[in-house]
Design a protein around this ligand. Sequence first.
Ligand SMILES: [Zn+2]
Ligand SMILES: [Zn+2]
Length: 175
Amino acid sequence: MSPKEETKIDITQEVFKEPIEVIKQLTANVNIEYTKVIQTYVLENRILELILLKNGSSYFKGKVVWIGNRKDDSQGTVFCVDTKTELKKINPTAENTEEIILDSKKETILISTESKAKCSVCGKDIEIFDEVMGCPLCEAKAHKEHILDWIKMKHNCPVCKKSLDISSTGQIIVD
Ligand SMILES: [Zn+2]
Ligand SMILES: [Zn+2]
């Protein structure tokens, strides 16, 4: 491998796992400094760029502000990105992401996105900006707000119809 190729590291599995795994890769390969605030790693120097790609072309970019957990305690990493006009949360999951590459030379995270699943409540694509939750009993995934509203009204899964409830911490639980 040439030195150029060695600067690109596949961090897809780390991102799908948890923020600390991503931070380990970042501190080993990029000159970042961070402060840990509860479950969130706030980047001190805003050098790390995040770019979203669809079919190889970039459609979104900004600087990473913080890297944190999902609010529902499910596995995975959330990136908060500053586009200069707004702060956007990026939620990469197996449903919306093909591959995540850390380019240590360019200090950039490149996320190849692809909608592979539709919301089981509204039927629309699950995109990388969407917060996603799923049924603990079947493979059903949905936009977080949609499945929470559904369970509040119907107390079941929109797909497998088994009884579900929402815990006091906002997680979907088997009733
Ligand atoms: Zn939906
Ligand atoms: Zn289900």
